[in-house]
Design a protein around this ligand. Structure first.
Ligand SMILES: Cc1cc2nc3c(=O)[nH]c(=O)nc-3n(C[C@H](O)[C@H](O)[C@H](O)COP(=O)(O)O)c2cc1C
Length: 297
C-alpha cells in the first residue's frame, strides 16, 4: 500500500477536488462509495451547524472515509472547523489558498493528516517544512483559483515536486480518464485529485447548464480570469469572448462576489463557469462510479 492510501484510507488514490461554492454531502458519499476519497469543500463555509449536518448526512450514506478542504487565507472559522472535524472523526484534511504555517500547528495538535495544495514547487517545500503529510501539485491546466503570474503545467510541476519533497505527491489538474491517471502516476504522483470531471458527473450538485458548459467546452476553451490579484480558470462563453476581443479590463467586468450566485443559478453572463482545461476531454455526463472505475481500469 502506498503512503497516500495509508493517509486516505480508501481503495483508489483519487481525491475529489473540492468545489468551493458547490458542496453536497450526497456527492461526497458517492465518491467515497466508489472507492475514491470524497471531500467536503469548507473553504467558504462558516456555519459550524451546517458543517455538522453535512458530515452526518455523508455518514448516513456511506461508512467509507472522506475528508474536508480548508482555504487557509479565506475562512476565519478554520480553527473551529478543525476542532469540529476532529470531534466528528474526520481524519484527513487538505489545505489550499494560504500559508500552511498559519494553520498547521493546530492541525498537528489535533492529530489530523494533511495535504497541502501547491500551485508551484517552492510552496511544496514550505508545506513539507510546516509538517504536511503530502502535497497536491496543481498545474496551470487545473480548474479553480490560480496565481496571476507564470505557471507550469503538471507535466513539469509534478516531477519537479516529486524531486524536491520526500512526501507523497498528488497531481491535480488535467485528469479525467485512465490516460491522465496513468500519466500522473508515471510522473511520480501517488494519486490524483479530480475537479472538473466530477463537477460534470451525474451526482454533482452543479446545475445542468453548468455540466453542459463543461461538455460544450473545447480545446483552448478556458482562460484565467483576473480576480483581486489572483485568477480563476473559467470557460470562455460568448460574453467573455466578446470582452476579451474588445480588450476590456476583465477584472472590472466580473465581481468575485457574484460567483456563488452565478454558479448556483447557472448564470454565466454574471460570472463565467469555473472549470479546468480538461473540459475539452469531457464529453458526457456520467455517474461518479463509472468515472472512477474507468480511471483505474
Ligand atoms: C469551479 C471550481 C472550484 C474550485 N474550488 C476549490 C476550492 O474551494 N478549494 C480547493 O482547494 N480547490 C478548488 N478547486 C480546485 C479543484 O479542487 C481541483 O484541484 C482542480 O479542479 C483539479 O483540476 P481539474 O479541474 O483539471 O480536475 C476548484 C476547482 C473548480 C473547477
Amino acid at each position: 500500500m502506498t503512503q497516500l492510501l495509508e493517509i486516505l484510507g480508501c481503495k483508489h488514490p483519487i481525491i475529489q477536488g473540492p468545489i468551493g461554492h458547490l458542496n453536497d454531502p450526497k456527492m461526497v458519499a458517492a465518491v467515497s462509495e466508489a472507492g475514491a476519497f470524497g471531500m467536503l469543500a469548507l473553504g467558504f463555509e462558516r456555519d459550524l451547524g451546517n458543517i455538522k449536518r453535512m458530515i452526518n448526512e455523508v455518514r448516513e450514506l456511506t461508512d467509507k472515509p472522506f475528508g474536508a478542504n480548508l482555504m487557509i487565507a479565506i475562512n476565519p472559522k478554520n480553527d473551529a472547523i478543525l476542532e469540529l472535524l476532529t470531534e466528528e472523526g474526520v481524519k484527513t484534511v487538505t489545505t489550499s489558498a494560504g500559508s500552511p504555517k498559519k494553520l498547521y500547528p493546530k492541525i498537528k495538535e489535533l492529530g489530523l493528516k494533511v495535504l497541502h495544495v501547491c500551485l508551484a514547487a517552492p510552496p511544496a517545500v514550505k508545506a513539507a517544512d510546516a509538517g504536511a503529510d503530502g502535497v497536491i501539485a496543481s498545474g496551470t491546466e487545473s480548474g479553480g483559483l490560480r496565481t496571476a503570474g507564470p505557471e507550469s503545467t503538471n507535466l513539469i510541476l509534478v516531477p519537479l515536486v516529486c524531486d524536491i519533497v520526500k512526501l507523497p505527491v498528488v497531481a491535480a489538474g488535467g485528469i479525467a480518464d485512465r490516460r491522465g491517471y496513468r500519466a500522473a502516476l508515471a510522473l511520480g504522483a501517488q494519486g490524483v485529485q479530480i475537479g472538473t470531471a466530477l463537477l460534470a458527473s451525474e451526482e454533482s450538485p452543479a446545475r445542468q447548464a453548468y455540466k453542459e458548459a463543461i461538455i460544450g467546452c473545447g480545446d483552448a476553451g478556458t482562460t484565467l480570469l483576473p480576480v483581486g490579484g489572483i485568477t480563476m480558470r473559467t470557460i470562455i462563453n460568448p460574453k467573455l469572448e466578446g470582452l476579451m476581443a474588445s480588450g476590456a479590463d476583465l477584472s472590472k467586468e466580473y465581481a468575485a462576489g457574484n460567483r456563488n450566485k452565478a454558479w448556483s443559478k447557472g448564470d454565466f453572463d454574471l460570472y463565467p463557469a469555473g472549470a479546468g482545461q480538461i473540459s475539452a476531454l469531457i464529453n458526457e455526463i456520467r455517474p461518479v462510479k463509472d468515472i472512477i472505475e474507468e480511471m483505474v481500469s
